[in-house]
Design a protein around this ligand. Structure first.
Ligand code: HGY
Ligand code: MN
Ligand code: MN
Length: 397
């Protein structure tokens, strides 16, 4: 709740977008809490924060536990934040209990998980996993044309450490489900076995700027109409690939976006996801083909760029089993689940054994300021996380 006071939204949630002053303030608060718990901070060149609790074996690779503190513009208080602060709480509990582990523990705040301001999502963990270069990431621009590199510099969080230099023994991420399944099934814990794959397809449609009043209908080159028909086609294609696949449009930019001017340019992003690799790629091909056909039928120019992508992810079976065993041992109701949302764990899984723990959220609502969980749900997930992480880090006392 103290973190939620930083970058407050307008309806009880948060607007603490990556590399804003509010993000900087949230980082400093998190750093102070971590240093009070005896952790030492390192920051890499993408601005990701690594807070280390030493292990007894200096040569043992650390066990990482983290998520993200950046939010959507109309985000909730728990998406990402729960996982970062649960990592901190895990360390505080180890301190209280005098637990020492062979492997160090590193609590992590990944920069720019959301991808709302600078696409793609999971940008920093993507550089860490070798998916993106640092130059590509630094060059990513927000809607105002500001670059990631400049904004990271401006808030003073460019770290020294080369991105991806540090190696992991294992990575755990605790996150709200952001979907309705756990609550509907009355389960306290989501044992996350997989994450669905994703394409972010950015379409640029080129019409003809013209007067909305004096231009006869047959003379119009209407990029807005093309977008509307493509959005309908996206819905039809997603519904033809049930169960499990999803597709929709969250961001549209009309230029000049004036009430009485037909748009010259319309830019919009299709967010397409499926746990099934074949469906994911077939749907992408169908959407792109249909978009080209619709644009051509209206004389509208159409180009598309994939601005985000990851294949469906299978998390580490040993770690997944350890989460499931912890839930069993602690007596929490649980079920296996596929993550509908993308997470930094999807990228760390490329370079180290990774998995996730999920708790329910009210009505499955997320990316909405009304996002809500119960303290009981939060505590149960943190308890399972604690046991899975500490077992992986090997208690020596
Ligand atoms: O888009 C996602 O899945 C994540 O919330 N950034
Ligand atoms: Mn998240
Ligand atoms: Mn999110």
């Amino acid at each position: 709740m103290d973190m939620a006071k930083i970058g407050p939204g307008i309806a009880g949630g948060n607007n603490r977008q990556t590399l804003t002053d509010e993000d900087g303030e949230g980082r400093r608060l998190f750093q102070s809490w971590c240093e009070d718990a005896g952790l030492t901070m390192a920051v890499d060149k993408m601005g990701t924060m690594f807070m280390t609790r030493p292990g007894t074996d200096p040569d043992a690779l650390p066990v990482y536990v983290g998520s993200h503190l950046d939010t959507q513009p109309t985000g909730g208080k728990y998406d990402g934040v729960l996982g970062v602060l649960a990592g901190l709480e895990l360390v505080r509990s180890m301190n209280d209990l005098g637990i020492k582990t062979k492997h160090p523990i590193v609590v992590t705040n990944w920069a720019n998980e959301e991808g709302a301001r600078f696409a793609p999502a999971m940008l920093a963990s993507g550089v860490f996993a070798g998916i993106h270069t640092l130059d590509y990431a630094y060059g990513r621009k927000d809607m105002d044309g500001k670059t990631y590199g400049d904004e990271l510099q401006r808030i003073g969080w460019v770290g020294e450490e080369p991105v991806g230099a540090r190696k992991m023994h294992a990575y755990f991420e605790y996150h709200i489900e952001q979907g309705p399944i756990l609550e509907a099934e009355n389960k306290q814990i989501g044992v996350v076995t997989h994450g669905q794959g994703l394409w972010w397809l950015e379409f640029t449609l080129t019409g003809k700027e013209a007067h909305t009043g004096s231009t006869p209908m047959p003379m119009r080159v209407n990029a807005g109409l093309a977008m509307a028909r493509i959005m309908e086609a996206v819905q039809t294609i997603a519904m033809a690939n049930q169960p499990g696949s999803v597709a929709g449009v969250g961001q549209v930019k009309f230029s000049p976006n004036s009430r009485n001017v037909l748009p010259g340019t319309v830019v919009f992003t299709v967010d397409l996801r499926s746990p099934d690799q074949g469906k994911l790629d077939r749907m992408r091909a169908e959407i792109e083909a249909k978009a080209a056909e619709i644009a051509a039928s209206l004389g509208v120019g159409c180009s598309v760029e994939a601005v985000g992508h990851f294949d469906p992810v299978a998390f580490d079976p040993t770690l997944v089993a350890r989460v499931r065993a912890a839930a069993e041992k602690l007596g929490y109701s649980h079920m296996d689940i596929i993550s509908g949302a993308g997470h930094d764990a999807c990228w760390t899984n490329k370079v180290a054994p990774s998995t996730m723990v999920m708790c329910p959220c009210v009505g499955g609502l997320s990316h909405n300021e009304a996002e809500e969980i119960s303290k009981e749900w939060a505590a149960a997930g943190a308890d399972v996380l604690f046991h899975a992480v500490v077992e992986t880090a090997e208690i020596v006392q």
